[in-house]
Design a protein around this ligand. Sequence first.
Ligand code: SAM
Length: 283
Amino acid sequence: MVATPIGNLQDLTPRAQTILRSVSVIAAEDTRVTGQMLKHFGITTPMISLREHNERAMSEKLVARLAAGETVAQVSDAGTPAISDPGAQLVAAVHAAGFKVVPVPGASALTTALSGAGFMCPHTLFYGFLPPKSRQRQDAIAPLAGLPYATVFYEAPHRILDTLNDLANGFGQDRIALVARELTKTFETLRRAPLGELLAWATADANQQRGEFVIVIDAAPPAEPDEANAHDHVLRPLMAELPLKQAVALAQQITGAPRNALYERALSLKADNQNDEEIDTES
Ligand code: SAM
């Protein structure tokens, strides 16, 4: 599995060049696209086409070639194979047949954009492409907005405005995000701003709607602790074992919170409990 450049040909690693030169065959997504890259490096290894629609059948053929002692490199049009690209079925088939899978790292729009985002959150969710239709896209975005992960999306130029609009509505206009356009290419643009601003900026300038895009959205900020119930985890177990006044006194010692606030909260928890019990008895 050989990563290839996402724009700048100098990003094809020396190791990738050696492998592409030495394997029996290169399984490429579009042989014309990969052919141009190979030509640049003077690599003449034969190619066959492995695309989404023929990946299953082609995987069987390639496993048979491995069984016959040949070596196979798989590449996609750009970046790392099997990342929003064909390759996973082939890799699964090669594992299943007991042959060695060797991932050869290099460029990916995912890691390139993420390294230029500057988000502190240590966790990342790679989403890839959102659905093309707005309704499904909004449904896909809704459960992501509150997650504590920086989230990475791929998008095509003809959908960038619609997608930014849905992202700004779903994640909120103020959520900080990065639009990374044309990474490693001449018109590379990285812009980090609140989603609402990014939408306005891209809408106002047709040039910013051209090319290839990665959008990285910063993680949801940690939820503000709700003042009223911030000490429930202390009050509840104490109230289960002790009279209310004692439970509040102990909760005050443990949390240092004002006694009146704890007392009021304890009363309201007690009332909730009583209501729940009455509902239980009625049903
Ligand atoms: N396997 C590839 C990788 O490792 O990044 C991704 C393939 S996916 C079919 C293509 C998408 O990746 C594009 O629509 C765009 O979202 C993103 N992409 C690829 N090259 C890019 C670039 N130079 N700048 C920004 N985004 C890019």
